[in-house]
Design a protein around this ligand. Structure first.
Ligand SMILES: [Mn+2]
Length: 243
């Protein structure tokens, strides 16, 4: 993986046009233009799309503007890595063709002096048992097939509803936040023990940085209309940035 690596995610680009979505696309372009290097890697950590389901035939071209940007980044000399989130697990060959490599599972990167464990971040919390079962169903071949034969307009309606409810669950109070952080630290300790120096994730739509015995956990905040949050790793050091 080429260095430096830029990590970001949770852009939640929408398949339906809106002013808010245009602003997010603009912010992504702004970020790409701010990069000084002509090689390196960008690592998209999931929920890049608010909803992405790739059909084998007649796939709707909702994201051509995004694909164009990915194409430009690649042509400039950057590698593009993508890890699926809970909103965009259903990528296919078309999407994959715009990336250097796409992953459906957590990855460990050994590049430079650090070993980095990358996860989207969903399905970790101990009380998320129901969600973990749902995750298996939603990602199964049978679900994929059944969903793919629904009329596209119905499929999109269902997706919008699920997406809305998921976002609702991000409205959390401080006590719950502390509980979540404790669980994610516990999860990270396991990864640190297995040899990773840094655990990095998105999904939670806020930023959090925790250090223990020179090991780190970083939760990257999202990429919204007016804030583009990212982490840069140059092979030696890590920096948390906002554009
Ligand atoms: Mn997510």
């Amino acid at each position: 993986m080429q260095l430096p690596i830029y990590f970001f995610g949770d852009n939640h680009f929408s398949p339906t046009p809106s002013l808010s979505n245009d602003k997010k696309v603009k912010k992504l372009k702004e970020f790409i233009n701010s990069l000084k290097e002509n090689n390196g890697s960008i690592f998209i950590m999931g929920d890049f799309f608010d909803y992405y389901f790739e059909y084998k035939k007649n796939n709707p071209d909702n994201f051509e503007d995004i694909f164009l940007i990915l194409d430009q980044i690649k042509k400039r000399g950057f590698e593009i890595y993508f890890m699926a989130g809970n909103h965009d697990y259903w990528i296919g060959d078309k999407f994959r063709s715009y990336t250097t490599k796409s992953y459906l599972t957590d990855q460990t990167i050994s590049s430079g002096s650090k070993k980095i464990y990358v996860t989207h971040g969903d399905g970790i919390l101990s009380w998320d048992k129901g969600y973990r079962i749902l995750k298996i169903i939603l990602r199964s071949k049978l679900f994929n097939f059944l969903y793919s034969i629904l009329p596209k307009s119905v499929a999109l309606k269902i997706a919008e509803k699920i997406s809305y409810e998921r976002k609702d669950s991000h409205q959390i109070n401080n006590k719950l936040l502390e509980k979540i952080h404790n669980e994610l630290i516990k999860f990270s300790r396991k990864k640190w023990k297995e040899g990773s120096d840094l655990v990095i994730m998105g999904h939670y739509h806020h930023s959090f940085h925790y250090t223990e015995n020179n090991k780190e956990l970083i939760i990257i905040d999202d990429c919204s209309e007016d804030e583009f949050n990212y982490v840069k790793y140059d092979g030696q050091s890590i920096s948390i940035n906002r554009l």
